[in-house]
Design a protein around this ligand. Structure first.
Ligand code: GLU
Length: 504
């Protein structure tokens, strides 16, 4: 079997989003499955759309997922395009450069070959002429596109010109796509596209075919928005006498309304997922399963990267788009979070503490780690959840206390006063350990006592505990109450119960 060589060929036009990088995952997984090579190629020929810094982001985002291309832009390439940054990987490979703007001479050479063989021609039509033609076509309700005016004019290479590819009239082409199956264009509806501009820069169609051929790419895995222009690529392979790689056009990732996933639906850029505290392993696993399935009978939705690679095949890619279900991602991320060792978890959450310092709670958080790990679906939730551990008084959501049925200011004060007393202990019952079970027993004995004093409606356990929770921890969403008391320590709990009065 021919060596599997796949590529990810993004244009450096901004940040990578999950749909784009999922295509990279497919390419990478296929290469790794068959001990092949995964290549990163930067397609920067559309100079107007370039966004500085994108190449660095692309490489760093791939690295975040643990993906290092086997071949890709070298430090020299990056220096030559002005995209260099300290810490850029060594990169490189036998088929470089891996940045299209550095490969211009080769595209030019191939375009000239096509002209020589009569498969392409020079065109010197001006923008005004083309616009006039377009308006006339619209008036005649014809498909817009170049009329072929220069096809037989033998425009001299000395005049300013573009090079256009000849699309034969009434030509049929068939694509045997590894995902979509057989697609036939009968005839090809496209009209002679420009393949080399007057400044000698290639258009995507020429550059992609030349590079995929020269870099010996065996499988072209890309988004299915490229299908409609694939006939141009197939013709180019034919004209140049080159072997056609396997094409696999992958469906888009959709939002829950069935439309292509975009910012409207939630996070889509890799950056935003990272900022919200998703684990790259979870995001990788999750997005692979949107458009691919490991085969019949496989039930599990959680799979390590190695398992995914060992099962990956193009046949498993779904033919239609899958929905990005944020609820499921949250669930899966939670599963991955719970698998982290406490040490790894602590390390992972620290960058999310930008509002207050992690150091201020480092000592107190340790015993709560398993309880927090159980509750969160991403790391960004952690700082807010454990804010109450910061020494000193808390801000309290007292409205929630008073909003409870049967709760009054007096009752809330009485509850907290009595609990404070019992936790402080008097001389006769001072002996107890500051452990969750003991604390709970003591608190509930207060509830019993208060109810025995009352002739009217009894205080329910729910409102009683919420009152205590908000009095000491500030809000209702926290790790379990008495474990939190344990972490805070006696002095701090008593202090806050005292302070509670003034906040009510
Ligand atoms: N540069 C194209 C893009 O930005 C890549 C298309 C392809 O993979 O052939 O999506």
């Amino acid at each position: 079997m021919k060596k599997v060589r796949t590529r990810f060929a993004p244009s450096p036009t901004g940040f990578l989003h999950i749909g784009g990088i999922r295509t990279a995952f497919f390419s990478w997984a296929l290469a790794k499955r068959f001990q092949g090579d995964f290549i990163l190629r930067i397609e920067d020929t559309d100079r107007k759309r370039l966004v500085p810094g994108s190449v660095q982001k692309i490489i760093e985002d791939l690295n975040w997922f643990g993906i290092t291309p086997d071949e890709g832009p070298s430090r020299e390439d990056l220096k030559a395009t002005g995209d260099f940054w300290e810490g850029a990987p060594q990169g490189g490979g036998n088929y470089g450069p891996y940045i299209q703007s550095l490969r211009g001479a080769r595209y030019h050479e191939v375009a000239e070959q096509l002209v020589d063989k009569g498969f392409a021609y020079r065109c010197d039509c001006t923008a005004e002429m083309l616009e006039k033609e377009r308006l006339e076509q619209m008036a005649r309700k014809e498909m817009p596109g170049y009329s072929g005016f220069c096809r037989n004019r033998k425009v001299s290479s000395a005049t300013e010109h573009v090079i256009r590819l000849k699309i034969p009239f009434k030509r049929t082409v068939t694509l045997h796509d590894a995902v979509k199956g057989r697609i036939t264009w009968d005839p090809i509806q496209l009209k002679d596209p420009v393949i080399l501009k007057s400044d000698k820069l290639p258009l995507y169609h020429l550059a992609v075919v030349v590079d995929d051929h020269d870099m010996e790419i065996s499988h072209v895995i890309r988004g299915d928005d490229w299908i409609s222009t694939t006939p141009i690529h197939l013709l180019l392979y034919e004209y140049l006498g080159w072997e056609v790689p396997v094409f696999a056009h992958c469906p888009n990732i959709l939002g829950n309304d069935g439309k292509k996933l975009s910012k409207r639906h939630g996070s889509t850029s890799i950056d935003s997922f990272r900022e919200e505290g998703y684990l790259s392993e979870a995001l990788f696993n999750f997005s692979m399963f949107i458009g691919w399935s490991p085969g019949e009978g496989v039930q599990e939705e959680k799979m390590t990267r190695d398992e995914i690679v060992s099962r990956f095949s193009l046949e498993g890619i779904n033919t239609s788009g899958g929905v990005f279900d944020y609820t499921k991602l949250n669930w899966l991320n939670g599963v991955y979070i719970r698998e982290l060792t406490p040490e790894k978890f602590i390390e992972a959450i620290q960058p999310y503490f930008n509002e207050y310092s992690f150091e201020s709670i480092r000592q107190k958080i340790t015993s709560l780690i398993p309880l927090i790990q159980e509750r969160v679906k991403n790391f960004k939730e952690v700082p807010e959840l454990v804010r109450f551990l910061i020494p000193g008084d808390v801000e309290r959501d007292t409205a929630q206390i008073l909003g409870q049925k049967g709760m009054t200011r007096e009752l809330a004060l009485r509850i907290t006063e009595k609990v404070k007393d019992i936790l402080l202990g008097d001389n006769s019952n001072n002996e107890y350990t500051w452990k969750p079970q003991e604390l709970e027993k003591r608190a509930l004995s207060v509830l019993e006592m208060l109810n025995s004093e009352k002739n009217d409606a009894q205080i329910k356990k729910g409102p009683f505990l919420i009152t205590l929770r908000i009095a000491v921890l500030g809000k209702a969403n926290t790790p379990p109450l008495f474990e939190s008391f344990e972490s805070l320590g006696k002095e701090e709990v008593i202090y806050r119960l005292e302070k509670f009065k003034s906040s009510l």
